[in-house]
Design a protein around this ligand. Structure first.
Ligand code: LMR
Length: 334
């Protein structure tokens, strides 16, 4: 009896002191930095991640979300992740070429028929293998988040590929996107996301390519008279973390965060299309910008004009990966 009582007292002491440790230990601070607005799919996903992490790991984890390039912008955020100044990012898939050339796949124009195909590819073995392909460089992929398909915008109506000739287009820091506009005999200018509005406003560039959520939240429609609904490429994200940071988390924290990320990923990917539709409607309501719709024949002319880009990057991306992506256009491959 005395032994049992001693054991009860001992376990009470252990539980009590572990509560005290939790109460006194500083929470693990997770900084999540990104370049877009809170209203976009990525912005919403970051906030949901914060909410669920702090609800399910109270006092253990604190998530700080920095939207709109408020902590780090393009060109700085990857370095900040590698040195551990931020812990989670979700750069667009166009921004990985210095770490993994295969990810350039996603920038190939007219590769995927629609977002369902993008989704099928991302969930395939080939798609998932890219998430772990940068661990030797200190980057672990935690999942893919959708934004959506990109639309061309300009101050001139873009109906045929010829209309883009000679115009200056803002591009993300991507060799593939650079070549895409060169194939149209246009002039690509690599520019940070946060500088795009001003670039368009001052005429440093005349056009851009963005999904509707980025157009609306950055007020791009206010400085662009036309949007061509080209759906010519995808702008999606890889949610990434610093590999050492992630592996160094207490196991139960990492497991709980992994579950939360899986949940948030489903939510972001289910909502992304609706958010783009919402923002397309807001652009129409604003009355600033005409949206041009292409016939299948007109869209095909754009496809043909940029097709040479595929060949240029086939060596770096790999013919097998391009084939796997094309397979995903067929719903029966699920
Ligand atoms: C861009 O630079 O256009 C995008 O990568 C921004 C974003 O994160 O959606």
């Amino acid at each position: 009896m005395r032994k049992l009582w001693q054991r009860v007292c001992m376990s009470a002491l252990i539980v009590g002191s572990s509560i005290l440790v939790h109460a006194w230990a500083d929470p693990i601070v997770i900084k999540f930095s990104h370049v877009v607005a809170d209203t976009t799919p990525k912005g919403q996903g970051a906030l949901l991640f914060k909410q669920l992490a702090e609800e399910r790991l109270p006092g253990e984890v604190q998530v700080e979300v920095y939207p709109n390039s408020s902590l780090y912008g393009d060109g700085q955020e990857m370095d900040a992740l590698l040195v551990g100044d931020v812990h989670i990012l979700a750069p667009s898939l166009a921004k990985f070429e210095h770490f993994q050339k295969k990810i350039q796949l996603f920038d190939l124009p007219f590769l995927f028929d629609d977002m369902a195909a993008v989704d099928r590819f991302q969930q395939s073995d080939a798609g998932k293998s890219l998430l772990t392909s940068m661990e030797d460089k200190g980057i672990t992929g935690l999942g893919y988040w959708h934004n959506g398909l990109k639309q061309l915008s300009a101050n001139k109506a873009l109906k045929t590929p010829r209309d883009a000739r000679g115009l200056k287009f803002r591009v993300q820091n991507s060799a593939v996107l650079d070549e895409q506009f060169k194939a149209l005999r246009a002039n690509p200018r690599k520019m940070a996301f946060s500088e795009m509005y001003q670039g368009l406003q001052t005429g440093v560039v005349n056009g851009a390519e963005n999904p509707y959520t980025n157009i609306y939240s950055q007020k791009i429609h206010e400085v662009q008279d036309y949007i061509t609904e080209s759906n010519h490429g995808v702008l999606d994200y890889m949610l990434i973390t610093n590999t050492d940071f992630w592996n160094g988390l207490p196991e139960h924290v990492r497991d709980t965060l992994t579950d939360i990320i899986a949940e948030v990923t489903v939510e972001v990917n289910n909502q992304a299309n609706a958010l783009n539709e919402r923002d397309k409607q807001s652009i129409l309501d604003a009355g600033t910008t005409e949206i041009i719709y292409l016939t299948p024949e007109e869209r095909d002319a754009w496809r043909k004009a940029v097709q040479p880009v595929w060949e240029k990057f086939q060596g770096q991306v790999g013919a097998d990966l391009i084939e796997a992506a094309l397979q995903a256009n067929n719903p029966d491959t699920e």
